[in-house]
Ligand binder design. Sequence first.
Ligand code: SAH
Length: 364
Amino acid sequence: MSAAEKTNLLNLDRQAMQDFFAAHGEKPFRATQVIQWIHQYGVDDFDAMTNLSKELRARLKAITEIRAPEIAQDQVAADGTRKWLLRLDDGNAIETVFIPEEDRGTLCVSSQVGCTLNCSFCSTGHQGFNRSLTVAEIISQLLVANRALGRAPKGERIITNVVLMGMGEPLLNFDNVVPAMRLMLDDYAYGLSRRRVTLSTAGVVPMMDRLREECPVSLAVSLHAPNDALRDQLVPLNKKYPIQELIEACRRYCADSPRSRVTFEYVMLDDVNDSVEHAHELVRILRDVPSKVNLIPFNSFPQTHYQRSSKPVIDRFRDVLIAAGLTTITRKTRGDDIDAACGQLAGQVQDRTRRRQRLTAGMD
Ligand code: SAH
C-alpha cells in the first residue's frame, strides 16, 4: 500500500477511530488507547505505543499514519503571543496563534484556507479562499502547539482554552470542525470542557442550530453592526441571514442551557459603527438574548481603508452598554507586532476565488 493511501489517524475522532478498528477486527478499547497515545501523550511513533501488541503496531504502521502539518515559521510577539505558520500538503499555509494570559492559555485555531465571506474589515477575507481544512489539519494545530509549548512545571497543559477564531468560517466547514472539536472535548484526547472551546461565526444561522444539537460548545457571534443596512456592508453574509434571524438563532442556542451566554464580537471602526446611537441600537437588539459583548479595537492590515476608533470613543461606547446592563469588555489587542491579532491572519492562500485580482481590477 502506498503512503498516499494510508489513513491519517489524525482525521478520526473517537467514534471514527472505533469504527476504523472494528472494520479491521479490533476491539473498541484499542481506539481509545491510540487516541490517548496520539493526543494525550503527543506520540506519533507506533513503536512507542507499548500497550499495543507488536502485530497491531506493525499493521497500523502498514496502513495508517499520524501526519501533522510542518511548522514553516514560528514567531513570538513582544507580549508573548506566539504565531505558527503551518505548511499543508498542497502548498497552502495556515496560521495558528497562542495567547498567554495570567489565568489561561488560549489557542486560536483556523478552520479554512482563507475565507469565502469577504467581511470588508478582515485581512483573511482579502486573501480569498482555497479550501476547507481536514479534521487532521484542524486538530493538528492543537497537537503541534501543545508539543511546541511543552508542559507547565506541575505537568499541566499550557493550552487551557481553544477558540475557533482563526482563518475561515468554522460553520462552513461543519463536518470537519465538529469531529475536531469532539477530540478537543474528549477526556482521552484534550479533555477541555465545553465552556473552554469557543466557536466564532459570522452567523450561518442553519448551522448554528445544528451545532446546538450536535456539539454545543461556547458560541461567539461576529455582529459588528446594530442594523442590517450597516451590517450588509461589513459582513455580506448578513444579506442571507439578517440580524433578526441571527438573534433568534442565538436565543435558541442558549435556550437549552440556562447558564450559557453568547459572546457578541463588535469591531470598533472609526466613524463607521462606533457612535453613541449605534451603542443604543445595539442595546435594543441584544435586549432579550443572554449575552456578553466583546469590543474589538480594529486591527489594521495593508489593503484596508478602515481605522481604529479612538480609546475615548471605545470607552464611551462601552459605557452605554454597561449602563444598559450588558456585560461588556474591550478585547486587549495581542500580538499585533507579528500580525497575529484578530483579523490579521493571512497565511499563504492559493486563492481560487481570484478575489485579490478582482479587488485590484476594481470589480469588487
Ligand atoms: N469567520 C468567523 C471566525 C473568525 S473570528 C467569524 O467571523 O466569527 C475572527 C474575529 O475577528 C471575528 O469576530 C472577526 O470579525 C474579527 N475581525 C476580523 N477582522 C478584524 C480586524 N481587522 N480587526 C479586529 N477584528 C477583526
